[in-house]
Design a protein around this ligand. Sequence first.
Ligand SMILES: Nc1ncnc2c1ncn2[C@@H]1O[C@H](COP(=O)(O)OP(=O)(O)OP(=O)(O)O)[C@@H](O)[C@H]1O
Length: 342
Amino acid sequence: MSLDARISVDERGVDAALTVPHGETLALLGPNGSGKSTVLAAIAGTLRPQRGHARLDERTLHALDRDMPAQWRHPRERRIGLVTQRADLFPALPVIDNIAYGLRARGLSRGHAREEARSWLARADLLGLADRRPTTLSAGQARRVAIVRALAAQPDALMLDEPFAGVDVEAAQQLRALVAEQTRSITTVIATHEVLDAHLLASQVAVLAGGAVVEAGSTATVLTRPRTEFAAAMAGRILLRGEAQDGALVTPDGARLPANTSEVARGASALVAISPLEVRIATAGQRADLTDTVRLLEPRGDLVRVTGATLAADVAPHQAAGLAVGADVGWRVTAPPVAYAA
Ligand SMILES: Nc1ncnc2c1ncn2[C@@H]1O[C@H](COP(=O)(O)OP(=O)(O)OP(=O)(O)O)[C@@H](O)[C@H]1O
């Protein structure tokens, strides 16, 4: 079922609209405080906005539009799953019954629901926790149980709020695979700070900033042709704005970066998103594509990131030797990046 939601929460500065096609997963990206949790909670129905609606196909889950009767029913009745950052397990029930709860709501007998719950726990390598009370779990264990509980309930739509935060690398990998497999036909929104989640789980991406969606589209488009600095940073790229000229993007301060400008009209506003791995430092005697001033030098794994006012490059340490903050640097691009319409 396709999701169509509009959420306005004035006191949190949120006014965001989202659509997710049937069975697809949308990654909701955005800096801290941009409104991701608020949007998810409001779609799931645990937070009541001032104005808004959420619809799955033709079914109105809830609506507060002025011309509609206000309705905001219990999340269970709407068949929307929500995994919050706090996990929110039922504290009085052992883990097994937390999972069985959603299965019983689907009509399974107590015995059958517990049997099913066991197999769900086994799939996430959590069977050892079956009889534990939620209060005795670590935060990461609680998060893993909450994800399994949401998947086991097989909702029509699923809201996951930073589901893998605080989960160790190995368990997160296993859970990502389980979430990917189980949400194939569930319309899902996943708020995340991990670009990996967008790549592995989501066909769509929306970027929230200041409570509004500032960028949305297919994952491939948003992450290779970002329109905001935030989306570019998530994709590990530097965003340059300027004017398309023949074979170059000319920035407002006059820097001229070689670019493939075949997609944009001459003189049009354009963007380029370039990875620091596609930028080299011109050595003595080499012609630089662009000259710049070093602003920052920092380690990046085995490489050194050299950041200038306009561009940055990830280079081997010996290539950065001799550079210091304030020094002049010449950049070379390995291939002219594609300029796209702003
Ligand atoms: N319980 C609350 N009461 C009042 N304001 C809140 C509450 N929770 C969040 N806010 C505010 O609402 C805005 C949106 O917060 P929200 O938690 O939705 O952002 P987020 O994008 O999920 O952030 P994060 O990445 O840190 O989880 C922020 O300005 C925040 O300070």
